[in-house]
Ligand binder design. Sequence first.
Ligand SMILES: [Zn+2]
Ligand SMILES: [Zn+2]
Length: 120
Amino acid sequence: MCVWYNTETAYLLLCFVMTQSHDKLFKRRREDFWCEQCGAQVAGDGYTNHCPQCLWSKHVDVRPGDRAAECGGLMEPVALVKERLTHRCVRCGYEKNNKTAADDDFDALLRLANRIADGR
Ligand SMILES: [Zn+2]
Ligand SMILES: [Zn+2]
């Protein structure tokens, strides 16, 4: 315990530590994220907008990459046409077309295609 710190120093130190960890958290959220649908950890590259394991996305972009939407609802994959994956926000119904990514789980893509073909 640093008993020799006076109150002001301790306060500044605490502020510094909190700012540092806040920066780390913020950066981590931009690059990597935990999928809220299946719990997989997704290593983001700045362009990743859906989980490669379950293909769900999150309503965070207005224009691709700007992270401006404040909705934050989970987006369900509802259509798959060739390389085009359509997500629909479960909270506000907003639909968005995305491209499938090279690291998307092939089985998940197949399951989605089958589910859509079955009319869910
Ligand atoms: Zn997922
Ligand atoms: Zn939404």
